[in-house]
Design a protein around this ligand. Structure first.
Ligand SMILES: [Mg+2]
Length: 229
């Protein structure tokens, strides 16, 4: 296929969300003396990942607001460990959101691949993350330079996988669906969402998860994007 525009998801696709989150939370675990209340960092962190993922599903389905997501993910995690301390959860939630975006771990070969692709294609971002947070992440990790359009769900008014955000992104970048590619780690949200509006998808699947459907392409490493289409 003839490709002119490539749309990337940001979190868990370029920006190594889990590595950055773990580093931030591990610093805060020490600074806020969370070890006085919790069994261990690893137990706290793995429960937090689980709680956060289910609250993000709820946020995408409009069951919770952005403001409450920030604190509730920690009150819910604390609740699992029988800790009832809303002030501590709020402190942690605020500090995490302030500090996390300044972490800059990216997936392997990210800069190398983006600079190669930028010489051939128009690159853009489509993210469900929050506008101000994503801007800090991209600036801190030196990613802003590669992208023409940075489409957030706040800007588009809906989150992926809704068709409207992909249509908004195509219009903003002057791209045709038939000449576009979407790359993301979330099979439903990024890949099926894009293919639903006629944009071919690349499923970024470093953990080699099994899906019961197929999309146009699948990769386990960003380097595979060079010469893929
Ligand atoms: Mg993602």
């Amino acid at each position: 296929m003839k490709v002119t525009h490539i749309f990337f998801d940001l979190d868990h696709t370029l920006w190594d969300f889990n590595k950055n989150a773990e580093e931030t939370l591990s610093e805060l675990y020490s600074e806020l003396n969370l070890g006085d209340h919790l069994p261990s960092f690893l137990e706290f962190y793995s429960k937090y990942i689980e709680v956060n993922e289910s609250l993000w599903d709820l946020y995408r389905n409009k069951g919770i607001t952005k403001a409450s997501l920030r604190t509730v993910r920690f009150t819910e995690t604390f609740k699992y460990f029988n800790i009832d301390n809303p002030f501590l959860a709020e402190d942690l939630g605020n500090e995490y959101v302030l500090r996390g975006p300044y972490k800059s771990h990216l997936f392997p070969a990210c800069h190398e691949v983006l600079s190669e692709l930028k010489s051939k294609y128009n690159l853009h971002i489509i993210t469900n993350g929050f506008e101000e947070v994503q801007a800090v992440k991209m600036a801190t990790s030196n990613l802003t330079q590669y992208f023409n359009q940075i489409i957030t769900s706040e800007k588009a008014g809906v989150t992926k996988p809704h068709s409207k955000i992909f249509e908004y992104a195509l219009a903003a970048s002057g791209a045709k669906a038939s000449e576009s590619i979407m790359i993301g780690d979330n099979f439903e949200v990024d890949c099926l969402g894009a293919e639903n509006v006629g944009i071919a998808a690349v499923y970024f699947n470093p953990d080699k998860l099994i899906q019961n459907k197929k999309v146009s392409y699948e990769i386990a490493h960003l380097k595979e994007l060079i010469d893929l289409f």
